[in-house]
Design a protein around this ligand. Structure first.
Ligand code: ASN
Ligand code: ZN
Ligand code: CA
Length: 326
């Protein structure tokens, strides 16, 4: 069957090539590509921004190297890959062993980390406000999870679908950290990136899932603007300035809902709550909005744990508390 599929796709690929259809060729090339072996590779950008100029620093079978940023990225990918495999039976980012490629020391004192559609990229931070972004396991898992979202729902990175995309990365980042540390929902700090601020900065973290809007309140940034309820949903412009409609801000609402589900059910976030969220992500589409996602988590909780189960009741109560009625 696989042979027949490959032959059929090969014919399509040839046709597309002859017709010069670049997008179709890309799609088909990805479809026929052999499943990956899930190996990790970390590259050193040496403060450049053009990734092809980065040099290979460590790959799967290599021993640790002298550069701890390289080792932290490598280890963080390993933990996250293990989490998806063991907890969700998912084989890497694309579910078929996609290689995990990371780039460290990106740019000069660059204050961020990101997923670029193919790989995970980390800045060193400026050393004044931010430190190295590889210093936080939940940030590493957050970036990798953007890849998982892209290969599942492919939630559009704007307004509510974008905030759900961001939230799913925070949820994954928190679960991976809690799983790695063996912390239950009650024991966890529910902070995203507590390590990325330099010790001199008066801030707990980038975001708090437990209490969105309280991760920082200082002279430098003012108060954490994340809302934790639909009444405070931030209608921002769909521009880079407006964070594409506040994708990193309105994510506070679904983040808080996940926190409430996890603590409402009790135990470990990556068990029932994680499965409900992951199944809902896989059943979502590019344009899924908050209400649709909330309804879906409720339906999934019913399918997985039974209609009227404690899990399903916790889901309904959580969304209600952030202003979304099932
Ligand atoms: N660190 C940010 C994120 O992963 C970078 C970005 O805005 N894309 O969400
Ligand atoms: Zn993100
Ligand atoms: Ca601090």
């Amino acid at each position: 069957n696989a042979e027949i599929r490959d032959a059929a796709l090969g014919t399509l690929l040839t046709t597309a090539r002859l017709r010069g259809q670049r997008e179709v060729r890309g799609l088909i090339a990805r479809a026929v590509a052999a499943p990956g072996d899930g190996r990790r590779t970390v590259f050193d950008c040496a403060h450049g921004t053009f990734l092809p100029f980065a040099t290979l620093a460590r790959s799967e079978d290599d021993a640790p190297v002298a550069d701890e940023s390289v080792n932290r990225a490598f280890d963080g990918f390993g933990v996250t890959r293990g989490f998806y495999r063991e907890i969700f039976e998912r084989d890497s980012i694309d579910g078929r062993g996609m290689r995990l490629q990371g780039y460290v020391h990106r740019g000069d004192r660059y204050n961020n980390a990101f997923w670029d559609g193919q790989e995970m990229v980390f800045g060193d931070g400026d050393g004044q406000i931010f430190s190295d972004f590889t210093g936080s396991l939940d940030v590493i898992a957050h970036e990798l999870a953007h890849g998982v979202t892209e290969h599942t729902a492919n939630l559009e990175y704007r307004t509510q679908s974008g905030a759900l995309n961001e939230s799913c990365s925070d949820v994954a980042g928190s679960m991976v950290k809690q799983w790695h540390l063996g912390q239950s929902a009650d024991q966890a700090d529910w902070l995203i990136g507590p390590e990325v601020f330099t010790p001199g900065i008066d801030a707990d973290a980038l975001r708090s899932m437990k209490a969105p809007g309280t991760a920082f309140d200082n002279k430098l940034f003012g108060k954490d603007p994340q809302p934790d309820h639909m009444e405070r949903y931030m209608d921002l412009p769909d521009t880079e300035e407006g964070d594409y409609g506040g994708v990193h801000l309105n994510s506070g609402i679904p983040n808080k809902a996940f926190y409430l589900v996890a603590t409402g059910i009790g135990g470990n976030s990556w068990e029932a709550p994680g499965h409900i969220w992951y199944e809902s992500l896989k059943a979502s589409t590019a344009t899924t909005q908050f209400q649709e996602f909330a309804d879906r988590t409720h339906a999934k909780a019913g399918e997985l744990y039974g209609a009227g189960s404690a899990e399903q009741q916790a889901v309904a109560a959580a969304w209600d508390e952030v202003g979304l009625r099932i």
